[in-house]
Design a protein around this ligand. Structure first.
Ligand code: ZN
Ligand code: ZN
Length: 448
């Protein structure tokens, strides 16, 4: 596939004024097209780290939609691009560029070579995902699961069932008063399932790895089976200053965000539901890679899984005629996740645990944790255990309600209707900074 050093020596970049790509003509006559937007996305500099060699730092939302180089030149084994918008120079190894040629023949070669861990996209390439009737942006998230006390959930099966059920309806559940240390978190897990051990261990410190973008992300998209449940346990008091301090947790329902994208930008939604993205996490001990689309659709076109973590996205290997649209779709999704009306910021005190649907909820932090503070601990659990436990609890309670997660519980409002007390679609109230947990009183659907 690689043309080799001889080819590189004669590599000539051709920049046609006004064109949105650079064509490199290699020594053997092969021509490779590189879209400018893609090159900017893959900038390997320390600031961006977009070449897949380390954890990405570039912020999709901050990169211009229409990046233009002032100059392009091959110097030795490197293509140098100096960008017009004041960004530093991007330096691409010619070897790397050759390996990332996305002409049909080279894409085919790589696919035949057996990309590791490809995950079916759930749609056939070129298919247009079915519409579910357009949920539109919907009302803001105005209520969410009320925190429940561990003392109740620990000993009362009905309380446990109530607590677990919110994972299906809201994507997450909130618990207070869980004892410090591993035993507290393990006791919570033991109520409904089993820890899924990974290279991070059974229980791990959550790094204050927010980066410049404070990126919202789903759990471990770089695993072929992304964790289906994640627990986060706050084990230290909030930072000085009271309240949530500077380590406020942010949650976004990815299903809801995807539905907003589908309603506002159907073409962008189709991009994210059709083409796979490659996700990677590598350190000294592991090199985890999975390839799957951001949005996975199930029967009838419903969103059934979200994978998104800008930090672990590696260069897109898509036809140059598609890649621009895909990058814009990713950017649009990241911008939607930023909307305050989609975000929930639960106040987490010491002893609080949140249980997240790992393939639905995105989480992040408003700012970095104080240096050295291991104030969040986490673990992964398989969803099967939760669904099974909930089904058995309901069977024992004589509850005939369907037990599939995501079913509409009594008291909630079917998606598409406008529940009393919710914000009308189209309005954009300021996002809630403090939670308004759903306790007693009418439940309010959150627009799915
Ligand atoms: Zn850069
Ligand atoms: Zn090629």
């Amino acid at each position: 596939m690689r043309n080799g050093a001889v080819g590189q020596l004669a590599a000539v970049p051709v920049m046609i004024p006004g064109a949105e790509e650079i064509v490199v003509r290699w020594g053997d006559g092969h021509r490779s097209r590189y879209r400018l937007r893609w090159l900017r996305d893959c900038c390997p500099c320390e600031h961006c780290r977009g070449d897949g060699s380390g954890r990405r730092r570039a912020d999709l939302r901050a990169v211009p939609c229409d990046p233009r180089p002032e100059s392009a030149a091959v110097v030795g084994p490197t293509l140098l691009l100096r960008w017009e918008d004041g960004h530093h120079t991007s330096r691409f190894d010619l070897d790397w560029l050759q390996d990332h040629c996305c002409c049909p023949a080279h894409l085919d070669d790589r696919r035949r070579g057996g990309d590791r861990q490809a995950v079916p996209s759930g749609t056939t390439r070129g298919d247009r995902p079915a519409s579910t009737g357009g949920s539109a942006a919907g009302p803001a998230v105005t209520s969410w699961p009320a925190p429940m006390a561990w003392s109740a959930v620990a000993g009362d099966d009905r309380a446990l069932a109530d607590w677990l059920a919110t994972v299906g309806t809201d994507g997450w559940a909130h618990l207070t008063g869980v004892p410090d240390g591993d035993t507290g978190l393990l006791a919570v897990v033991a109520r409904f399932g089993y820890v899924r051990e990974t290279n991070d261990g059974r229980i791990f410190d959550v790094p204050a790895d927010v980066g410049p973008a404070g990126p919202l992300h789903t759990a471990n998209p770089y695993r072929r089976r992304a964790p289906s449940l994640q627990l986060l346990h706050r084990v230290a008091p909030p930072a000085e200053g009271g309240g949530n301090g500077n380590s406020e947790t942010i949650l976004v329902d990815g299903f809801r965000a995807a539905d907003v994208l589908r309603a506002e930008r159907p073409e962008a939604f189709a991009q994210l539901a059709t083409w796979p993205v490659r996700w990677r996490y590598a350190d000294d001990a592991v090199d985890l890679v999975a390839e799957a689309p951001v949005v996975e659709l199930g029967a009838g076109g419903a969103v059934v899984s979200i994978r998104f973590d800008e930090r672990s996205r590696v260069p897109l290997q898509l036809d140059p005629d598609v890649v621009d649209l895909h990058l814009l779709a990713l950017r649009r999704f990241a911008i939607i996740l930023d909307r305050p009306q989609l975000q929930v910021r639960p106040a987490l005190d010491a002893g609080d645990v949140v249980l997240l649907d790992g393939r639905r909820m995105l989480h992040g932090w408003a700012a970095e944790e104080p240096a050295g503070a291991a104030s969040l601990r986490g673990c992964y659990v398989d969803r099967d255990g939760l669904d099974s436990r909930l089904a058995v609890l309901r069977r024992r309670a004589g509850d005939t309600e369907p037990t599939r997660s995501g079913s509409t519980p009594a008291g909630s409002t079917p998606a598409g209707s406008t529940p009393a007390g919710s914000t009308p679609a189209g309005s954009t109230p300021a996002g809630p900074r403090r939670p308004r947990p759903r306790g007693r009183g009418p439940k309010v659907a959150i627009g799915r």
